[in-house]
Design a protein around this ligand. Structure first.
Ligand code: DX5
Ligand code: ZN
Length: 222
């Protein structure tokens, strides 16, 4: 089953509760946390995640684009995140961190920037519930999808199958009606979409349409 996670980075930050409601039916809400160090942009942190968690029933998928996730990530589980993604490039001890996130009751996930290969992390995959392949340079919404990431998505799917893992494979950046099928064919099953959802006239309908496209593309390639 394909999952669609709208990114609230493209939503109105002054109306987050209403923006969460506008995508009712989404599988998760994708929450981009940026610290102005790991990426050149600053968004929100633990208090906003805490409030958002109280304001919506949709589970929160927190994508931490921050330095020192080993130190800061566990607080996002306490704030109510159901899934926490840290970056491989920033984590000092990814295995220890993934185990801590799981022990606290969240899904543990790791993200790779476009230039970071998956292969060095093969042995780590069983420690994770999801792997996020970034399809833009992290930092901003509305960027163009990087086609050159498709082979990495394919290779990651092969590694997941080789090890017989249940983990999810997420793509984030430039995912839209034009690109979602290629991602699904390459093996992604969780799709983050910011501008494609929130710039649509009916965001909830955009979520349904993207999910249908992804489902069809995944079935077609099996
Ligand atoms: C980028 C963020 C993405 C972003 C995606 O650093 O991680 O989640 O919001 O936005 P779109 O879908 O507009 O590329
Ligand atoms: Zn993101």
């Amino acid at each position: 089953m394909a999952q669609i996670n709208p990114s609230i980075l493209s939503a109105d930050f002054a109306n987050l509760a209403a923006e969460a409601e506008a995508v009712r039916g989404a599988d998760w809400l994708h929450v981009d946390v940026m610290d102005n160090h790991f990426v050149p942009n600053l968004t929100l942190g633990v208090p906003v995640v805490e409030s958002l968690h109280k304001a919506t029933r949709t589970p929160l998928d927190c994508h931490l684009m921050i330095e020192e996730p080993d130190r800061w990530a566990p607080a996002y589980v306490e704030a109510g995140a159901g899934s926490v993604t840290f970056h491989a490039e920033a984590a000092a001890a990814p295995v220890r961190l993934a185990r801590e996130l799981r022990a606290k009751g969240a899904r543990a996930s790791m993200a790779l920037k476009p230039a970071t290969p998956i292969e060095p992390y093969e042995d780590l995959l069983p420690e994770l519930d999801m792997l996020l392949v970034m399809t833009v340079e992290p930092g901003f919404g509305g960027q163009a999808f990087l086609d050159i990431m498709l082979p990495k998505i394919r290779r990651t799917r092969q590694l997941i199958e080789k090890h017989g893992l249940e983990m999810w494979l997420q793509v984030d950046g430039g995912v839209s009606a034009e690109t979602v099928e290629r991602c699904a064919e390459a093996g992604a099953d969780v799709f983050v979409a910011g501008s494609a959802v929130y710039s649509a006239e009916d965001p909830a309908e955009a979520v349904r349409a993207l999910r249908a496209q992804a489902e069809n593309a995944r079935h077609a390639c099996r």
